[in-house]
Design a protein around this ligand. Structure first.
Ligand code: SF4
Ligand code: SF4
Length: 337
């Protein structure tokens, strides 16, 4: 992980401005503006000039996978972003799913712009599931949004895993929103807290981008489908045709192949969409703070989903699921159990 602004600037100095990253960048594809491209953002940091491009980055890090010079954009750029008070408040709420539930209740009665935007995405919510078997050996990490917005998925996964393991549900945040928005120190503290909580346990995450982030922070975590596949757990057969969205960070660490493998083992038919890891438009809390660009990215994603002619969308990441529900019926693989 990045240590100090100077080192992070050196990382960005590896950029040779070739532009190979432009066409994979959702904000560039939507705007065709250099300011909203990885290359433009990197240049702004190197020149030390202010740029609105730093605020409009979705932090999907697709540019990293495309970069022939190996620029670790995410690690470096998170040191130059600054979360304002509103974003910091949102991050504190996400750290505690119980507080997230209470906050959503408050937002449901508000007509502030932020509340209205949240209500466009979040249609229903429940208190987080509290569950613990005696001598639990497996921690199920739902992810902050899943705990509250997709509780039925958490229940499905818990009931399934309980057939084979003693389970405890751990409701919390992985720290990715903090890291992405420039609260790097806070993200490191969250990782330390999780390291303590995870000690001696097998940890299974229900949110693929959280899984990817926690792994990058050095934590030993399985993604749900990865765990099912690697442990060869028995699966039911399902006659369903789906298209699969690849959450961006999960793509970077190679998790999405397990989602497809689990679906194949269940007998599901997969119709691939074009460029499945193209941003969904949610981007963690991006949809709240950059509503216009988020809408345009979601429209582009919607075109890719619609072209498949398939109504059922598989998403193993919570925020993506919210954005994708604009285009069809969204399922986590655990929903099919
Ligand atoms: S970040 Fe990488 S791909 Fe993008 S312009 Fe720089 S060197 Fe080229
Ligand atoms: S992280 Fe995503 S949105 Fe940001 S510059 Fe890279 S590709 Fe573009």
């Amino acid at each position: 992980m990045g240590v100090g602004l100077e080192l992070d600037k050196l990382e960005l100095d590896k950029c040779v401005h070739c532009g190979f990253c432009l066409e994979v960048c959702p904000t560039y594809v939507i705007t065709r503006s250099e300011v909203h491209s990885p290359r433009g953002r990197i240049l702004a940091v190197r020149l030390g000039v202010k740029s609105e491009g730093l605020e409009t980055c979705v932090f999907c890090r697709r540019c990293e996978a495309a970069c022939p010079s190996g620029v670790e954009y995410g690690k470096a750029i998170s040191s130059y972003r600054r979360a304002d008070a509103t974003k910091k408040l949102a991050h504190r709420i996400l750290e505690n799913p119980g507080l997230l539930y209470a906050s959503l209740k408050v937002y449901s009665r508000s007509s502030s712009p932020i509340a209205l935007r949240i209500k466009e995405f979040v249609k229903s919510y429940q208190p987080p599931l509290q569950y613990k078997d005696e001598n639990a050996e497996l921690l199920l990490f739902p992810g902050c949004l899943n705990s509250v917005v997709y509780r039925s998925t958490v229940e499905k996964a818990t009931n399934y895993l309980r057939r084979f393991y003693k389970v405890e549900v751990y409701n919390g945040c992985c720290g990715l929103p903090h890291y992405a928005e420039g609260e790097k120190e806070r993200a490191l503290k969250i990782a330390e807290k999780l390291r303590e909580a995870f000690k001696g346990k097998v940890v299974v995450s229900l949110s693929s981008n959280c899984t990817a982030h926690m792994r990058e922070m050095g934590l030993d975590v399985f993604d749900f489908a990865e765990f099912v596949v690697k442990k060869n757990l028995p699966l039911p057969q399902r006659e369903i045709t789906v298209t699969v969205h690849d959450p961006c960070h999960a793509s970077l660490v190679g998790l999405n192949k397990y989602t497809r493998e689990m679906l194949k083992r269940m007998g599901a038919k997969i119709v691939e969409m074009e460029d499945p890891s193209f941003e969904c438009g949610a981007g963690g809390t991006y949809f709240i703070f950059n509503p216009e660009l988020s809408r345009r990215i979601a429209e582009e994603k919607g075109r890719k989903v619609k072209a498949t002619g398939v109504e059922n969308i598989i998403s193993t990441n919570q925020a993506c699921s919210l954005a994708l529900s604009l285009h069809g019926k969204v399922f986590h693989v655990a929903d099919l159990l």
